[in-house]
Every structure is written in C-alpha cells, then in structure tokens.
Design a protein around this ligand. Structure first.
Ligand SMILES: Cn1cc(CCO)c2c3c(c(-c4ccccc4Cl)cc21)C(=O)NC3=O
Length: 288
C-alpha cells in the first residue's frame, strides 16, 4: 500500500526470531527510543472467529496484567493492512526450548541451581497471573523466554536484582498469553497436549491454576534432561501417575520430591504458585 504502515514507520526490522501458524515474530528496534522489541505480526483473524477470540484474549491479558519481572512485558498492539500486531519486550536469551536444545546439542545439562532459578522465576510469574484471577494454560519451554541482558527491562529493577539467579544472573519470563483465560469463568482453549494435565483433558476446570503448575512440573523435567514428552498413549498416562521419567542427572532428594508434587495426579495435592515461591529448597542459599 502507498501509505507506510505504523509498523514500517515506527520500527526497523533486525531479523526474524520465530514463525509458526500464528504468524511471524521479528526482533525490531523502535526508531524513536532506540530500544529492541519482539513484534509478532499475524494475519488478522476473521471477525467473529475463534481465532479472533484468541487474539483478543492475548491483548486483554497483557492489558490486565500490567508489569511483572517474570512476565514478558507488553507495550502495544494494533491492527493494520489485514494484520494484528503486538509489540512486546525483547528477551535477548531466546526461549527455554532453544536453551534445552543447545544443552542437548553439546551434551551439557542444566545444573540444579539453574533449575531452581527456573522454577522460582516461573512460579513468581504464575503467582502474579493467578493472583489476577487468570490462568496461562500454555506453560511450556517454548513460551518461557530468557533475559541475559543487564537491563532486563520490566518494572522494579531492584526487584529484578533480588530475583536474579545467584549462579547465572539469568532471568526467566513467562510469554505468549494467547491461551490466558479467567480461572473462574473459563473458556478453555487447550494448550499443547504434551503439557496438558489429565483433569483438563477430561474438562474438569475446577482448579485451572493447578494445571499451570502441572505444566510447569513437566517443563522443569525437560530442562533437567528428560526425554521428549509423549503427546498421547501409555507414556502420556504414566507421566500423569506421577512416575517421573529417568533423568540423566542426580537431583537432590528435596528438589526431586518437589517436582514430584507438581505432577501429582490430584490437582489439590500440587503446591500453589505462591506456596512454591515460599519453598525453602528454592530460596537462595545464603552463603556466608
Ligand atoms: C519466537 N520468539 C523468540 C523470542 C525471543 C528470542 O530471544 C520471542 C519473544 C516473544 C515472542 C512472542 C510470543 C507470543 C506472542 C508475541 C510474541 Cl512477540 C516470541 C519469541 C516475546 O513476547 N518476547 C520475546 O522476546
């Protein structure tokens, strides 16, 4: 079109960082402030379609959630030339899924200290989302983003400092709010079946925050080096009888049993996000 779109006039595209059926994600610099942003451009969904509902829920969730150091920050969203555009905080460390693939590629493992940071940071983000009466419903490694940069953005720089992992200074943030819904009157759009709690599969929506906790448990297992998760079948069910898969590393008994509780078949037996944030095994060991 002859008219420069807002996207083209306000941003310079530096590269593609993701693509899927949802659309394309680019790393962009905003010409005005010189800051980096992750911008997702997707075909505008058909008015009144389910996809439009999903697109709107994502923007509503960001608008309601405001700022938190462990939730990817939202800056703006708009529609133009038949596309939906959302401008979010750019996390410079890639996704946890990328990090897991890299570790596997060079035969390394996440040390337990980093697994504890991961579990603590995502628990803090979930505590915030759940305290706002919302649930994420698509917690998985490809939706958790890593900030290595010193200016990790987000509110409360000082709070950010406190949250930094002692070992790596890496900050984990929950992203992709496309499945977020109200935990009380849910219109559940199921997330990735590999991370789906069995009660949600059976349409029991009575305790959705605990479905996020279950998915977080599987996410930590993958980061600990467990083999790829089954999408269905016997293995899928045995994972949901709290039989942890064999892991390539010895985790401390305290940490291993904590992960076990996240995967409990009974949602009420799984710890809440706020209980997880208070778990001694996740608090920084005050050395010296
Ligand atoms: C594929 N991909 C890779 C990255 C980071 C690479 O270091 C990424 C980001 C986001 C998103 C994203 C997810 C869902 C909705 C909107 C966005 Cl911008 C996707 C991303 C996002 O919101 N912030 C990101 O950094």
């Amino acid at each position: 079109a002859f008219m420069l779109s807002r996207y083209e006039s306000e941003f310079l595209e530096l590269g593609h960082i993701g693509a899927g059926e949802f659309g394309v994600v680019c790393k962009c610099v905003k010409r005005l402030d010189g800051c980096l942003y992750a911008i997702k451009r997707s075909r505008r969904p058909l008015a009144g379609s389910a996809n439009e509902q999903l697109a709107l829920k994502e923007v509503y969730a960001h608008a309601v959630l405001g700022h938190h150091p462990h939730v990817v920050r939202y800056y703006s969203a708009w529609a133009e030339d038949d596309h939906m555009i959302i401008q979010n905080e750019y996390c410079d460390g890639g996704s946890l899924h990328d990090a897991i693939l890299e570790k596997e590629a060079c035969g390394e493992l996440f040390p337990e200290l980093e697994l504890r940071d991961l579990l603590l940071h995502v628990s803090m983000g979930l505590k915030y989302i759940h305290s706002s009466g919302l649930v994420h419903l698509d917690i998985k490694p490809s939706n958790i983003f890593i900030c290595q940069c010193s200016s990790a953005g987000g509110a409360g720089e000082s709070e950010e400092e406190e949250d930094r992992g002692p070992s790596t200074g890496v900050v984990y943030k929950i992203g992709d709010l496309g499945h977020v819904t109200s935990s009380s009157s849910p219109q559940v759009e199921e997330g990735d079946s590999r991370f789906l709690a069995s009660e949600v599969l059976h349409e029991d929506y009575s305790n959705l925050p605990k479905a996020d906790i279950f998915a977080l448990g599987l996410t930590v297992l993958l980061a600990a080096g467990s083999p790829p998760l089954p999408q269905n079948g016997d293995e899928w069910h045995s994972l949901r009888r709290a039989q942890l898969p064999s892991l390539p590393q010895e985790l401390s008994p305290a940490f291993r049993s904590l992960i076990q509780t996240l995967l409990d078949p009974e949602p009420s037996q799984r710890p809440s996000a706020s209980a997880l944030c208070r778990q001694p095994v996740l608090r920084k060991e005050r050395t010296g």
